[in-house]
Design a protein around this ligand. Structure first.
Ligand SMILES: NC(=O)c1ccc[n+]([C@@H]2O[C@H](COP(=O)([O-])OP(=O)(O)OC[C@H]3O[C@@H](n4cnc5c(N)ncnc54)[C@H](OP(=O)(O)O)[C@@H]3O)[C@@H](O)[C@H]2O)c1
Length: 335
């Protein structure tokens, strides 16, 4: 029997549109480790445990299996469609065919409409699955505001057609946002970005909050099991830091739970992934009990190490220096 956390007890976050969404969601990127069936089974278990928000993506290769699970949950009356907040993303190779991508995700996920639809990366640079991190696609190119806005306009049309409720952006930077925000008709409601104790992106976080764009934090636990291609010798393991371990011991929980409490209390929506019931239940419960003290929050704030884990090397264009070029670190869009 699954342990049940009453969704009514999970705090909500209000988007600028007035819509209220759960303060935690479940990630569904199985990486190279889990099959689509394992991930979708976890989604089914999570719904029964009280999760109401799911972060999907076309490129995760498991939307049709997750859709079957949603369908059964609706059929069996476990949950109604309106009670779920379902998010997906258009992959880089579909920036010219956003509606087609969205309709396919809606059909695969069997969810009638999408609550949030993200542009997964702000450029159409495509790479083959499992390619080498040093490979370059000759078609890849730097960010172009005009090109991005062409893709974004297609998302605005999806809102007008009632296919999606909110537009999201992902893997953005302040210079890129400065270039495109003034030209948008419908503002993005959320930005999905890498956020964990050793990578807090404070400036971008503050910028988003100031613009009423809700930060959604991916890899909230520092993705301890991420694929080897995303591991670098200098990376810091967030959950292994003495500070996280000590705070966890004081609360009698795993450091993962502390990372999620920190995320929520700071104001981002974390989307942790796990296929293990014990873990995903504790990740949901983390939102409902035993908050961190101000002192603990301040202590975790000191863990910032600028430790970006998803560097994005595979999206680089020919002539680019290295992955830093993707993130506009000097305050200018790197051309
Ligand atoms: N927009 C984007 O570009 C983007 C990029 C990356 C990720 N994402 C989204 O963010 C989600 C989360 O990222 P992620 O899966 O890479 O990283 P994560 O959520 O930070 O870490 C997931 C791993 O942490 C472990 N874990 C989870 N709960 C735990 C608990 N309570 N106690 C101990 N360990 C626990 C699990 O390891 P075990 O499996 O070994 O138990 C799991 O594989 C993805 O699934 C995806 O939806 C989006």
């Amino acid at each position: 029997m699954n342990e049940f956390v009453n969704p009514a007890l999970v705090p909500k976050v209000k988007l600028y549109t007035g819509e209220e969404i759960p303060c935690v969601g479940m990630g569904t990127f199985g990486s190279d480790r889990f099959t689509p069936d394992e991930v979708s089974a976890a989604v089914g278990g999570a719904i029964r445990c009280g999760y109401r928000m799911f972060d999907c993506a076309a490129c995760y290769g498991n939307e049709d299996q997750i859709g079957e699970v949603f369908h059964h949950a609706f059929e069996e009356g476990v949950v109604e469609r309106k009670d779920l907040f379902i998010m997906t993303k258009v992959w880089n190779d579909m920036h010219d065919r956003v509606e087609e991508s969205c309709r396919k995700s809606i059909a695969d996920l069997q969810c009638e409409y999408m609550d949030m639809f993200f542009i997964h990366w702000p450029f159409p640079n495509y790479h083959a699955p499992h390619c080498d991190v040093d490979s370059r696609n000759p078609d890849s190119r730097p960010f172009s505001p005009e090109e991005f806005l062409k893709t974004y306009r297609q998302c605005e049309e999806l809102v007008e057609k009632g296919l999606i409720r909110n537009i999201g952006i992902s893997n953005m930077t302040i210079p890129k946002l400065e270039a495109v925000l003034p030209h948008m008709n419908i503002k993005p409601a959320a930005c999905e970005m890498e956020l964990h104790p050793c990578f807090q992106q404070q400036k971008l976080f503050d910028y988003l909050v100031a613009h009423n764009i809700q930060p959604i934090g991916f890899m909230p636990l520092g993705s301890p099991q991420r694929p080897e291609r995303d591991m670098c010798p200098e990376d810091v393991a967030d959950l292994q830091t003495p500070e996280m371990k000590e705070i966890a011991a004081a609360h009698g929980v795993h450091p993962a739970v502390i990372a999620l409490k920190w995320a929520r209390q700071r104001g981002q929506i974390p989307i942790p992934f796990s296929i293990h019931e014990m873990e995903y239940v504790s990740n949901l419960k983390a939102m409902t009990e035993d908050p961190l003290t101000e002192e603990e929050m301040s202590r975790i704030a000191t863990l910032e190490r600028n430790n970006r884990l998803v560097k994005g090397q595979v999206f680089l264009w020919e002539g680019a220096n290295d992955w830093h070029d993707l993130w506009d670190e000097d305050g200018f869009i790197v051309k």
